[in-house]
Design a protein around this ligand. Structure first.
Ligand code: PLP
Ligand code: COI
Length: 341
């Protein structure tokens, strides 16, 4: 299969239409067989549930070209099960997990020409999502849904790639106790747009959200979880019922403990202790591991000893091991890598 002639090395994180997408529809209480189609546009009624009351959930994962030329995805089964959790919370019919994993494989295979070559720094981002599609005017769940997956080749989420970023403590809250912060619903992102535009306008790359109940604990950013490294090399990540359970973060904590022999802790992280950490990073499918050099809290700066030039040494080791597993030159734990072709 011949690759598309794209500028793989200089891609940003943006949408590019690729050849095929997967579509399945839910009607009369069941999902149809689903199919790959060509049309990137969706026609729906003006009163569709997603348009009125934002009944939509999504996922994000990537396909990689390994060193030996295979196309693989990373732990798609975990995206499948998280999407079931998201759907249930928004009263949507879950898309069956095995079908999710199979549909990801189909759509990646069909767009293999867009999977960036090994070593280019780019990857194929895969976006599964589903939404209420029939007319809904009283506030209630839709009866009909569409599940889709498209793909788009992407480069680094933050401009500058592995260069440390500067983030600010947000005055806005991302998630309420007992709310929807732990699921991947579009509504969580809609309400973060004002906060991110404000952060950018003030010269910051991202927001650090605190827990909305006490505003004393670190939660996450708009699109990634946090990892911190203590001065004695322990890897710490916030524990909270109102953050998205990042698959990247769960994988990093495993890699830290089992591949690098580091101590790991998932616990409450108070904002007051952030100044004492040696390193800080954001982790997620899009972010991979993006180092944070500075956190600004209303003019007060916390500068991590790792600085603004490069990742700290432990973050670098975590990054190299995780991406080594994804790109196939470090052996993966059982079941983490799904070979597509
Ligand atoms: N937190 C939020 C709010 C996200 O949108 C994402 C992205 O998916 C993550 C964390 C990271 O999750 P994952 O590692 O599963 O991509
Ligand atoms: C992902 O990492 O897949 C996400 O969905 C985060 C989003 C901010 C792009």
């Amino acid at each position: 299969m011949e690759k598309k002639n794209l500028d793989w090395e200089n891609m940003g994180f943006s949408y590019m239409q690729t050849d095929k997408r997967y579509v399945a529809n839910y009607k009369d209480g069941k999902w149809d067989d689903g199919a790959l189609i060509d049309d990137a546009n969706i026609v729906m009624n003006e009163c569709a549930g997603v348009l009125q009351y934002s009944q939509s959930v999504f996922e994000g994962l990537k396909a990689y070209t390994t060193e030996d030329g295979h196309i693989v995805t990373f732990r798609p089964d975990l995206n499948a099960s998280r999407m079931v959790d998201s759907a249930k919370r928004l009263e949507m019919p879950p898309f069956p997990e095995e079908r999710f994993v199979d549909a990801v494989a189909q759509v990646v295979k069909a767009n293999a020409a867009y999977v960036p070559p090994y070593g280019s720094g780019a990857t194929l981002y895969i976006r599964p999502y589903m939404f209420g599609i029939n007319p809904v005017i009283g506030v209630k769940p839709a009866d009909e849904y569409q599940f889709r997956i498209f793909t788009t080749p992407v480069g680094p989420y933050f401009k500058g790639g592995a260069k440390p970023i500067t983030i600010c403590v947000s005055d806005f809250d991302r998630a309420a106790p007992h709310g929807t912060g732990h699921i991947k619903a579009g509504l969580n992102y809609a309400m973060s747009l004002h906060a991110i535009v404000t952060a950018h306008a003030n010269g910051f790359d991202e927001n650090m959200y605190l827990d909305s109940a006490t505003r004393t604990k670190v939660e996450e950013t708009g699109g990634a979880n946090f990892i911190f490294v203590t001065k004695d090399n322990k890897v710490v990540t916030p524990h909270s019922s109102t953050i998205l359970p990042s698959i990247t973060r769960r994988s990093i904590m495993y890699v830290a403990e089992h591949y690098l022999g580091l101590e790991v802790e998932e616990r409450d992280v108070y904002f007051d202790e952030v100044k004492d950490f040696a390193e800080c990073g954001l982790c997620g499918t899009a972010a991979v591991i993006s180092p944070v050099g500075k956190v600004v809290d209303h003019g007060k700066e916390i500068c991590f000893p790792s600085g603004m030039e490069k990742m700290g040494p432990v973050t670098q080791k975590l990054y190299d091991t995780l991406t080594g597993i994804q790109m196939g030159h470090i052996e993966a734990p059982e079941g983490w890598i799904k070979v597509i072709e």
